[in-house]
Design a protein around this ligand. Structure first.
Ligand code: FRU
Length: 526
């Protein structure tokens, strides 16, 4: 095998599980986290609240942790924002900036931040076993929070009514707050409206539809301009599902349609199974599941929701980079779990149907700047791939890497990008493109530690039709993750991996014919 570039060898990473700590993904310092909550941009700062166990590194004692960032890349963790207590766990929800002081929690000049979260009531509560929606507010830009003394503000006497996402709706019928939440076990999104965030009126519901074999959780609803045209706006409804996602376990699906301030109606083009896949026979259901619209085709992107209050109509999401199938067993300590990179969403009609495309946010960049701010390790033009594997530069110790490539498979049956491989070109997580199947897959069965849970070793795949015969990849590799954005972010695939310490090599190869590398850049990201 030839060596593509004789990059300096990485030092052996320090022993112990701290070596999996990501360089550019958010983790809590020494505790457990799950869903991103209350994502909001306020006074020039991005706030990331998150489901957190302040006392341990498995799920429990659910509270809202808190971190802030000026650029969505560098995060600072703060003390717990909204804590569980004797009567309730604080489950997922959202934050709004109450600009008009509709709630009375702030002033006209200094609007409060208002959190709408799910109270998951404990046995000692008068609402024992119920889930209902509650408020907390902050007058100091999100640092400290008070729970509203008349909580809960909305109950349905349900034990699975949760994950409220609230946004300001402005339309023909005026301006008001809309809450999108779920009846998780009924695979239903429920919509409510309010003028003051305190009293809520039922509007409508949606579901089951498409992937419905598990709980529906963490919904989101927002408008997006199609291909940037403000005269052509559609609504996107995100519905996370667990289990029953396309790669198994938890995952995020979406629908494109219309919201008139009362009701969400999906376009026919986003309905693969109008009554839900679980109403179909097994073979039809499996095929329909792959025709649903997925935010991510990998195993490890769940509970994705978007930021409120971001200027210029930009829509930025963060997901939890994990899967409930094995979340509590990941081989890291004392921290456990991380977030995905922040991803900017756009809606495009470019592929004949309305679909989301996603781009990772790698540093605060303004329009027109180069996407990749990292230090380039290699940049190469035209090159043939004909059976021999090329070795790409190793990651610089302590950093993450982005590999950007445009490859024409030509006569090859298969392209392989082997990440976290050995010096002998074996093992690792293998990202493959199969030309006959028109499919992109990620195989992590030999990627290192897969034995901590029976469901971890896996192969994920997504349909991918080449444009002009070219595969376009952006692959972000951090210490325990691979995030793939293919064809400009039209196909996204995220998987955790826990590589052996000495397996840090990246290899590129083609099988069955000659392929052409049109462009290849490897950059390190601090
Ligand atoms: C999703 C979820 C939410 C719930 C939270 C509890 O991962 O199950 O539905 O609010 O986690 O931590």
């Amino acid at each position: 095998m030839s060596t593509f570039l004789d990059a300096p060898r990485p030092e052996t990473p320090p022993a112990g599980t701290t070596r999996f700590r990501p360089a550019i993904h958010f983790t809590a310092r020494d505790t457990w986290l799950n869903d991103p909550n209350g994502l909001v941009f306020h006074n020039g700062i991005y706030h990331l609240f998150f489901q957190n166990n302040p006392f341990g590194n498995v799920w429990g004692n659910m509270s809202w942790g808190h971190a802030t960032s000026p650029d969505l890349v560098h995060w600072t963790e703060h003390p717990v924002a909204i804590a569980c207590d004797d009567v309730e766990d604080v489950f997922s929800g959202s934050v709004v900036v109450d600009h008009g002081n509709t709630s009375g929690f702030g002033t006209a000049d200094a609007p409060a931040l208002v959190a709408i979260y799910t109270s998951a009531y404990k046995g000692s509560s008068e609402h024992s076993g119920m889930q209902a929606q509650s408020l907390a507010y902050s007058a100091d830009a999100g640092l400290t929070w008070n729970k509203y003394d008349e909580n809960p503000v909305l109950t349905r006497n349900s034990s699975n009514f949760r994950d409220p996402k609230v946004f300001r709706y402005q339309g023909d019928q005026g301006a008001y707050w809309v809450m999108v939440a779920v009846e998780a076990h009924h695979q239903q999104v429920v919509f409510y409206r309010s003028d003051d965030l305190k009293s809520w009126e039922y509007l409508s519901d949606f579901g089951p539809a498409n992937a419905d074999a598990g709980d529906w959780e963490c919904p989101d609803l927002f408008p997006l301009a199609v291909d940037g045209d403000p005269g052509n706006t559609k609504w996107v409804l995100i519905v996370n599902v667990n289990p029953g996602a396309v790669a198994g376990g938890s995952g995020g699906q979406y629908f494109v349609g219309h919201f008139d301030g009362v009701r969400f109606v999906p376009d026919a083009g986003s309905l693969a199974a109008p009554g839900g896949v679980s109403s179909l026979d097994a073979a039809t259901a499996a095929a329909a599941l792959r025709q649903c619209l997925w935010l991510d085709w990998g195993r490890d992107c769940y509970a994705s929701v978007s930021f409120s209050n971001v200027p210029d109509g930009r829509r930025i999401v963060i997901g939890w980079m994990n899967n409930w199938d094995y979340a509590n067993e990941l081989p890291t300590a004392p921290w456990r779990s991380s977030m995905t990179l922040a991803r900017e969403l756009r809606l495009t009609a470019a592929h004949g149907a309305l679909r989301l495309v996603q781009q990772p946010i790698l540093a605060g960049r303004s329009e027109g700047e180069e996407l990749i701010p990292g230090k380039q390790l290699v940049s190469a033009g035209l090159r043939e791939l004909n059976g021999e594997a090329l070795r790409l530069p190793d990651a610089v110790p302590g950093t993450a890497q982005i590999i950007e490539a445009e490859i024409a498979p030509g006569g090859a049956d298969r392209l392989d990008l082997r990440i976290f491989g050995g010096r002998d070109g074996a093992a690792g997580a293998v990202l493959s493109y199969d030309t006959a199947r028109a499919e992109l897959s990620l195989d992590r069965r030999s990627s290192g530690d897969t034995g901590f849970h029976a469901k971890f070793a896996s192969v994920e795949s997504a349909p991918l039709v080449l444009e002009d015969g070219v595969l376009k990849l952006q692959v972000v590799v951090d210490h325990c993750s691979v995030e793939v954005f293919a064809q400009g972010g039209a196909v996204v695939l995220t998987d955790l991996v826990f590589p052996d310490a000495e397996h840090q090599q990246v290899w590129l190869s083609a099988e069955g014919g000659r392929a052409t590398v049109l462009r290849l850049t490897v950059s390190s990201l601090d």
